[in-house]
Write a protein of this length. Sequence first.
Length: 62
Amino acid sequence: MIMNNQLLSAKELANLLSVSTRTVWRLRSAGALPEPVTVGSSRRWRASDVSEWIEAGCPKTV
């Protein structure tokens, strides 16, 4: 279960979407994922953004 205030790493997002981490980065580059936030030098996705994106049918975001 995903908590709405949780931040997901690329690995966690990949597991959630059943894809590889490389595919997560490809989807991000293609504008097909919600924009991540930067935490230090890391990129993280807000679980709430990902949940909304999935519920909307995974539309392209760009």
